[in-house]
Design a protein around this ligand. Sequence first.
Ligand code: AP5
Ligand code: MG
Length: 251
Amino acid sequence: MVFKPPFGGWGIDVSYSIFQNTWSLSPHLGVGVLMFRILFFKYLVFKPPFGGWGSQNLIIMTIILFGPPGCGKGTQSALIADKYKLKHISTGDILRNEMELKTELGLAAKSYVAGGKLVPDDVIIDMLMQAIKTIEINQNGFLLDGFPRTIAQAEALEMKLAERNKQTNLLIDMQVNEEELVKRMLIRGELTGRTDDNAETIKKRLQVYSELTYPVKTYYQNLNKCVSINGLGEINEIFKTICTEIDKHTK
Ligand code: AP5
Ligand code: MG
């Protein structure tokens, strides 16, 4: 008799909650036994003795990739997350996934995204707090792409990190002129059919960026945590510039 592992295989997942200072083990048993996995996870959370097995020395780094729609946040995030072993959290990607799955959150977000408007802060902040609750054992921190997009989101993030005596290490502001941004997004719209990549919605997204999101940069400038880079040119050259800045500011 041959036993085949279910979809995704068998194994043990190890994760660390940075806010509760707990390590968790959960069996990786595949999709079919999700409920069992959740129950097991719930009861197998344990606290390290005397405050830790070195967990408090974990360097939890938070980097924000910032800039207008189409500046290359998603493209660069993939490279940065891989090099620095960061958990890549893109609020736009999470929302698109929820919309595709037609979840309650996805259905609620749909008209905002399609209209180029921001999804309300309370919804997004909740979503982000869920995403930063845990981190894999081999990850060094978070790479935030598309968050924070309002001052309220920035304040909520910094408040949460402060609970662990942490703060955002660096906001990287990617600068690209409007003509290039529009060109990139229109091309992508044609290639992928992304619904908010059309002329009218792009115009709205750029307007929302300058009115509501741009002030977030000033917020981090005041904290001395902001660096601006040129987002025009070869993807790999931009990546090198970003790495130089991360190395400079996190050493
Ligand atoms: P989101 O998905 O975050 O979209 P965005 O910020 O508008 O940015 P994009 O994803 O379009 O661009 P990008 O900067 O990631 O660039 P990319 O690498 O893809 O948000 C979508 C919507 O979700 C929002 O409008 C809002 O409704 C909602 N939302 C999300 N987060 C929210 C929040 N925090 N609060 C409230 N609402 C929120 O590159 C773009 C294109 O250019 C690609 O085709 C790429 O191949 C190309 N490219 C990249 N680099 C280069 C280069 N160097 N040269 C030439 N082409 C390049
Ligand atoms: Mg993106």
